[in-house]
Design a protein around this ligand. Structure first.
Ligand code: NAP
Ligand code: GLV
Length: 308
């Protein structure tokens, strides 16, 4: 079986060696430089440029190197193409750490304290314990569940919202459209870990913020397209929200001078929350390639009709 890799060259060489060692029957080739592409059926990539799509008439499975797949323009891909997202401990662990960092930072008023420090002021603010703070996670998938498990170690009061009903020990679970407002009404800190789909685009908007308790905080570690930027700025101005932490924006990077760079109540990071680790992700890829060889179900296959 031939597998074509498109992406970071150093990672490509590393994965080529690891895949060849684990699965000698797989020929792992890096683009550019691979031979005749017309017979390639399995591709590993973050996204596919048009020229590559055109050169791959027999592509059957696309393995994303990331957890999300919204970077792919699905409408341009062949209708029968199977898409598999990356589920691997590197992304999951770094994301859970990021969410814990963000929740602690917002719970302990870090944006306010940093802004006071910069202004040369020594301003005391009341401190409340973690078990008085209600944290709600939108999305109870691989990342949402891992984040909640790490947040539980700090004693926060936890809830989650998803499309279908979930059950998780120590987490109050809400689901669907009818569960959204009751969920938001009890979120002091709201964390977005949803996939970006036509249903979730712009879900972090003025109506959502208005449904939260006044003075709430928001963390978006999913995709920039989830947030209506003007609504966040307006909610911060009005005091409906007290602070936000954003790892993702639309576009990325934001243009110079964008208000998010300098807003005292916003912490901005450059899409570093959950990072695919070359050394751990290759094991997930090898496992899936072995499944292809055995004609077994693939781990992380996307339901194209749902968009995630
Ligand atoms: P996942 O395992 O597919 O989980 C998605 C969760 O979202 C599921 O619980 C799903 O509900 C829920 N959901 C989807 N559509 C919904 C809707 N319309 N209403 C309510 N809930 C909905 O995804 P994941 O691996 O946790 O990753 C989530 C996202 O994180 C990725 O898609 C990516 O965009 C983002 N991400 C960001 C970074 C970063 O560095 N910032 C890194 C990695 C990933 P059900 O359980 O009911 O299906
Ligand atoms: C990163 O954003 C990913 O989707 O893995």
């Amino acid at each position: 079986m031939r597998v074509l890799y498109h992406g970071n060259a150093a990672r490509g060489r590393n994965w080529q060696e690891a895949v060849s060692r684990a699965l000698p029957q797989v020929r792992f080739e890096c683009w550019p430089g691979a031979g005749d592409l017309t017979e390639i059926r399995h591709v590993v990539a973050w996204t596919l440029p048009d020229e590559l799509i055109a050169a791959l008439p027999n592509i059957e499975v696309l393995f994303s190197v990331g957890a999300g797949i919204d970077q792919l323009d699905i409408a341009r891909l062949p209708p029968g193409l199977r898409i598999v997202r990356m589920i691997e401990p590197g992304i999951i662990g770094t994301m859970a750490d990021y969410v814990v960092m963000g929740v602690l930072a917002l719970h302990r008023d870090l944006p306010f304290h940093i802004s006071e420090q910069r202004a040369g002021r020594w301003t005391w603010r009341n401190v409340s314990p973690a078990n008085e703070c209600r944290v709600g996670v939108m999305g109870l998938g691989e990342l949402g569940r891992a984040a909640l498990a790490k947040l539980a170690l700090h004693g926060f009061r936890l809830s989650g919202w998803s499309r279908s009903q979930h059950q998780a020990e120590g987490v109050e679970c809400f689901a669907g459209d009818e569960g959204l407002v009751p969920f938001l009404a009890q979120c002091d800190i709201l964390v977005c870990l949803l996939p970006l789909t036509s249903e979730t685009r712009h879900i972090l908007n003025r109506t959502t913020f208005a449904a939260m308790p006044r003075g709430g905080r928001v963390i978006n570690a999913a995709r920039g397209g989830h947030l209506v930027q003007e609504d966040l700025l307006a909610a911060l101005d009005r005091g409906q929200l007290a602070a936000a932490m954003l790892d993702v924006t639309d576009p990325e990077p934001l243009p110079a001078g964008h208000p998010f760079y300098s807003h005292p109540a916003i912490i901005l990071t450059p899409h570093v929350a959950g990072i695919t680790r070359t050394d751990s992700a290759v094991h997930s890829l090898i496992d899936n390639l072995a499944r292809v060889l055995k004609d077994e179900p693939l781990v992380g296959e996307v339901d194209r009709s749902r968009g995630y």
